[in-house]
Write a protein that binds this ligand. Sequence first.
Ligand SMILES: NC(=O)c1ccc[n+]([C@@H]2O[C@H](COP(=O)([O-])OP(=O)(O)OC[C@H]3O[C@@H](n4cnc5c(N)ncnc54)[C@H](O)[C@@H]3O)[C@@H](O)[C@H]2O)c1
Length: 347
Amino acid sequence: MSDPLRIGFLGAGLIATYHSKSLRRSGAEAAHGVVRAGVYDVDPARAAAFAAASGHHVCASEEEVLDGCDAVYVCTWTSEHPRQVAAAVERGLAVFCEKPLAVDLALAERMTEQVAVAGVTNQVGLVLRRSLAYQWAKHLVDDPAAGRVMSVVFRDDQFIPIQGHYASTWRADRRLVGAGTLIEHSIHDVDMLRFLVGDIARVSANTANFHGHDGIEDVACATVGFRSGAVGTLTSVWHDNLARPSLRRVEVFCERRHVVIEGDDWYGPVSWTDTDGTTGRLEGDALEAAALPLLDGSMNPDGEFVRAVVAGTPAHPDLATALRAHRVVDAMYRSAAADGTVVHVDG
Ligand SMILES: NC(=O)c1ccc[n+]([C@@H]2O[C@H](COP(=O)([O-])OP(=O)(O)OC[C@H]3O[C@@H](n4cnc5c(N)ncnc54)[C@H](O)[C@@H]3O)[C@@H](O)[C@H]2O)c1
């Protein structure tokens, strides 16, 4: 039997806790012999609470975590990701890095190159790639009976996450977060636009800043032109309506099918209407039964990461996938800075 896989954590906040619980739920620990190794957080109380709940042990430094594990989760605020991923790659560790990869495109490019050159298994926290709702919607959209995708309307809103259960201060500090709702939250949406419809060729975007945090836009509206010829819109809002923690509504207009994703990001409902008047609607357990086979039976990103690391195979979604979303986000910011001028997406 091979040695157990030692997993470490850098950062012990909200998303680290999510991944730790998700690892437990995945069953991968028992199946592959995972050892909970070190955790380090600049806030010792957070590290201690995380360790007590998860079975990891608190380390005195980032280096101590990295020197004592085979795979590491980088779950710190965004500005720390590039340096920590580089340190992990230097040691040949497998890396799970949270999204966004970095506060700007140049750093994201460099990180993606580093993991590729080192050949380490790498995965990014674009977790909607494993959503039942988005998988089922893609299945409906890809069906030849639907015809070509003509347009998509993607709306995403949540209360600005420096309050409520996020309780983070760093999301109002542009040096730590990069910018506002577009990079911090809607990089997921850009990734899902690419997943559902395809590569994005050009964008035109406008942003607004109602809260007044320097460099932190709280509204972003973009028109996107896909390489396929489809055109669509993305609207992303950070408001103060605490009754709306994170809500997406996506409409995809195909030539002969209309598909809507709403409600829960994972369990739908997903509903559709065809040209002959046929309608369908799946949510909850029924959606899981239909969509899970499309995900090879696993909607758990952490279980998939462990499986890939143990098998020495590529993980998905990887940093290269995230980089493509970063390029679109960067183009949107450049467009917004030029009053909505059309910007072509590089690469
Ligand atoms: N995939 C998702 O859906 C999703 C959801 C939430 C957050 N995120 C991303 O995860 C990252 C963390 O967000 P969060 O909500 O968990 O924030 P958080 O504030 O809850 O946790 C971040 C933790 O990192 C710690 N930290 C900062 N610098 C550090 C360093 N150099 N070394 C060790 N610890 C350090 C902080 O003390 C804090 O405890 C961000 O990049 C965020 O965008 C992704």
